[in-house]
Design a protein around this ligand. Sequence first.
Ligand SMILES: Nc1ncnc2c1ncn2[C@@H]1O[C@H](COP(=O)(O)OP(=O)(O)OP(=O)(O)O)[C@@H](O)[C@H]1O
Ligand SMILES: [Mg+2]
Length: 243
Amino acid sequence: MGKEIIQIEHAYKQYGEKKVLDDFSLNIEKGETIAMIGSSGTGKTTLFNVITGTVSLDSGTVLIDGKEESTYNRKTMAKKLGMMTQKFDLVNELSVINNVLAGRLADWGFLKSLISLVHPLEKVLATEVLEQVNLEDKMYEKTANLSGGEQQRVALARVLVQNPEILLADEPIASLDPALSETVLQMLTGLTKEHGITLLCSLHSVEYAVRYFDRVVGLKDGKLFLNCKTEEISKEQLEELYR
Ligand SMILES: Nc1ncnc2c1ncn2[C@@H]1O[C@H](COP(=O)(O)OP(=O)(O)OP(=O)(O)O)[C@@H](O)[C@H]1O
Ligand SMILES: [Mg+2]
């Protein structure tokens, strides 16, 4: 079996009276693709923020590749973890290539980053990842002019140039129609497998979770309700999750 790259042990997080994470534990192995499902407000985004270190736990521990978050600096953390947020956080006024190369910022000095806004550096790299998400013809287009699905793929390209070991994708298909959802999920799961990236992705579709991922994790009332290899999940378990 592979090595554990994310270890969450007895995580508790409470906002006011609401227990958002309630003794939540989960281990993720290197290279796995995991779909995280659960109703709205069950703590999926909170869990992502806990993993990236932007939200701190009331108690419990999170280890990334065996070490606590605080032992990494910004640059080494960017090599470990990439995140696609629920709102994709692209800069609409910038061209596609500039948004994509923003994924390299942690690796660049400030001056190099500034220069790249005027003259995109590492064009070869950007071209390569834009080809992988089928957007090479939109490279110099203003990002604002792209459709939702195209912007989602720019966000994927940006995180691919960052080349992290772990990718967290928070509802990457929330605003897409079914055909585009399938395209984006195929790319996301296909490219992460190809690059050996560990993927944790939140979704609202059980059907896609089962179809595209190795394992499905279900959250319910801040607890780990379901944790199952895709091929072993029963219909009853899934129905119970959303009840
Ligand atoms: N900063 C905060 N302050 C107070 N309450 C918060 C905060 N962040 C999240 N919550 C609450 O914690 C709960 C879980 O929120 P979270 O965003 O993690 O849910 P989610 O599973 O991602 O939902 P969705 O599927 O709608 O994106 C919600 O009830 C939310 O209102
Ligand atoms: Mg959310």
